[in-house]
Design a protein around this ligand. Structure first.
Ligand SMILES: Nc1ncnc2c1ncn2[C@@H]1O[C@H](COP(=O)(O)OP(=O)(O)OP(=O)(O)O)[C@@H](O)[C@H]1O
Length: 226
């Protein structure tokens, strides 16, 4: 469980990016974090990952094994001649993760076992995203944080990736927090949405999101057709 209480955050002396956030994330939930570019979604995630410290207020986090799946292009040099097995072996060693079968097991979970010897530069966007999820699963996480998992991925692979994330959430009981620009996926998959606008967080039920937030705040009625 994560409890965020009266949390404010600013970078240095600049004005607050996040203002008085109060939000609880229950075990087993699937939360999508929404908001416009620059609204503070990545900052929020970095605070949850302890990469940033709140300016005031606090975060209580009872999860013990958090895994992070970054945006695909943040962590990938496709020109570098390295295989999937080598990437995962480096991760296993760096994180001191035990187990001889852990790489095969995590690749099987994302149905990418046939790509163990493939060079990372030969994979499609969707395949790369699955490899990053496999890498995150090697640490047997109880919390999985993803940053825009469908970014740069075709529709078929998007469906596979969201199905995979949903299975991890529902069957393996991994709590999921996902930064999203994919509104359709967020509404379809999440137990709760958290919309950040002007530094303020709004908790929203997926079924009511379109009415509660988009229509009231933007007047964009055609979002109803999503
Ligand atoms: N290291 C930093 N130092 C100063 N300001 C920063 C830093 N990182 C982000 N910001 C600013 O904080 C604000 C929120 O940025 P953030 O990256 O959290 O937004 P975001 O919602 O994730 O955006 P996007 O959807 O474009 O990824 C932006 O105005 C950004 O310029």
């Amino acid at each position: 469980m994560i409890h965020i209480k009266n949390m404010y955050f600013s970078y240095g002396q600049s004005s607050y990016i996040l203002k008085n956030l109060n939000f609880s994330i229950q075990d087993g939930s699937y939360i999508s974090i929404l908001g416009e570019n620059g609204s503070g979604k990545s900052t929020f995630i970095k605070l949850l990952l302890n990469l940033l410290i709140p300016t005031s207020g606090h975060i209580e986090n009872t999860f013990t094994r958090t895994a992070y799946v970054p945006q695909r292009f943040e962590s990938l040099n496709t020109q570098f001649p390295i295989t999937i097995e080598e990437i995962l072996t480096c991760y296993q060693k760096a994180r001191h993760i035990p187990g001889k079968k852990i790489i095969d097991d995590s690749l099987s979970l994302v149905k990418m076992q046939d790509y163990k010897k493939a060079l990372v530069g030969t994979l499609s966007g969707g395949q790369c995203q699955k490899i990053f999820i496999a890498r995150a699963l090697m640490g047997n996480p109880d919390l999985l944080i993803l940053d825009e998992p469908s970014n740069g991925v075709d529709i078929k692979s998007q469906n596979e990736i969201y199905q995979l994330i949903k299975n991890l959430n529902q069957e393996k009981k991994i709590t999921v927090i996902c930064v999203e620009h994919n509104l359709k996926a967020a509404i379809k998959n999440s137990t709760l949405l958290y919309h950040i606008a002007q530094g303020v967080g709004h908790i929203c039920n997926p079924q009511n999101y379109i009415r509660e937030y988009l229509i009231e705040n933007t007047g964009v009625e055609n979002y109803v057709s999503i």
